[in-house]
Design a protein around this ligand. Structure first.
Ligand SMILES: Nc1ncnc2c1ncn2[C@@H]1O[C@H](COP(=O)(O)OP(=O)(O)OP(=O)(O)O)[C@@H](O)[C@H]1O
Length: 362
């Protein structure tokens, strides 16, 4: 469709009346054609960032927003050539599906035949064929969000912005629409920024993910980087489940490898590191005589495809281990675990300090 454009934020901060700083000075580039996901807990500044990109909100003085080479900081939303999709749909409830989708095209005064062609095209893309005459209030939540999506893409915007578009839908529908939005974004090649607090959605949709914390970007990277090389404890903990092990000794064991002792590690190669992390799915259940660590199952949580075992290894908190779902480990079962050193990671940077004011804001 339209040629894609990069988005650049230079030193964009946002302080609200009363000194509430929603966003610390932020530098961010969204590459042309990519989908960047803004992910983080409630109040971390995702929506504020999105609104600054859209033109619904201005950055504090000194902040600058560029689309490609063009400075759009002073332009209102209607002059920025953006399409937006919100959680609450923001449709006209008493108008038909077709009239909602065609709304922006009529404002652009496109010829009638072109409007009909675009309507047909986008309704097919979002799987709404045959529903053109239906009133919005006679649609399901999923159908409403398809209409909102169709309306956003019908005008062929340079930039697509999504603010938690799937948050109001049930889990099954969310999964389906997530896949469809991903396909659509790849097909369109439009630069997109997608706000969510759902890590699965972020992983599935983002070419890159910016994990935000208290008005700052805690890490920006591919889903794989964010998951396997989290930059700090906050990111490690926010994305997926993680075990935290204290490194208590730098003495080597007989093999020069690592020894897990309770929730703690002894490992010669981790000199100077105080804490390491590992994901539950990277710990293997092995026979007790081959184990790096042994313990007792204290709880098992059935998750369908897998089960999460909580294993007391004598440390401060049980290790979480992902195990096949068909096998049974009753509470109290002795279990052996292998923890290859290749799956351990330790954040390079300390977590940015969060002061009391930011905590109160977040
Ligand atoms: N208009 C406003 N006036 C004052 N404070 C605001 C305003 N809009 C947002 N904030 C504050 O700025 C901070 C960041 O809000 P923002 O909506 O960007 O967060 P978010 O990450 O999108 O959160 P959520 O997931 O809950 O929507 C919050 O502390 C919020 O209360």
């Amino acid at each position: 469709m339209s040629s894609s454009v990069s988005i650049t934020l230079n030193q964009c901060s946002r302080t609200f009346a009363g000194g509430n700083t929603a966003l610390q000075p932020l530098d961010l580039q969204v590459h042309a054609g990519e989908t960047l996901v803004l992910l983080g807990p409630s109040g971390c500044g995702k929506t504020t960032t999105l609104r600054i990109i859209s033109g619904l909100e201005s950055p504090d003085k000194g902040g600058q927003v560029q689309f490609g080479e063009r400075d759009v900081t002073a332009l209102p939303i209607e002059k920025r050539d953006v399409g937006m999709v919100f959680q609450n749909y923001a449709l006209f409830p008493n108008m038909s599906v077709a009239d909602n989708i065609a709304y922006g095209l009529k404002i652009q005064r496109l010829p009638r035949a072109e409007i009909a062609h675009r309507l047909d095209e986008v309704m097919r893309m979002v799987d709404l064929q045959g529903l053109g005459e239906r009133r919005i209030d006679a649609l399901s939540g999923g159908q409403k969000q398809r209409v909102a999506l169709a309306r956003a893409i019908a005008v062929r915007p340079k930039v697509l912005l999504f603010d938690e578009p799937l948050a109001a839908l049930d889990a099954k529908l969310r999964d389906r629409l997530r896949i469809e939005i991903g396909q659509l974004l790849r097909e369109l090649g439009t630069t997109a920024v997608y706000v969510t607090h759902d890590q699965d959605e972020a992983m599935a949709l983002g070419d890159r993910i910016a994990v935000m914390q208290a008005g700052r970007i805690a890490q920006l990277g591919s889903p794989q980087e964010i998951y396997h090389q989290p930059a700090n404890a906050f990111v490690a903990d926010f994305i997926g489940a993680v075990n935290c092990l204290d490194v208590i000794s730098t003495r080597a064991n007989a093999n020069g490898g690592l020894v897990v002792h309770g929730g703690e590690l002894r490992a010669s190669h981790l000199r100077g590191v105080s804490t390491v992390y590992c994901r539950p799915e990277d710990i293997q259940v092995v026979s007790v005589d081959q184990a790096d660590v042994t313990g007792k199952v204290v709880q098992s949580i059935f998750l369908g495809q897998t089960q999460r075992l909580m294993v007391d290894t004598g440390g401060a908190s049980p290790l979480q281990v992902e195990a096949p779902s068909r096998q049974r480990w009753p509470n109290g079962t002795a279990i052996g675990l292998a923890l290859p050193s290749s799956v351990l990671f330790h954040p390079d940077k300390p977590t940015p300090p969060v002061n009391a004011k930011e905590m109160a804001n977040g």
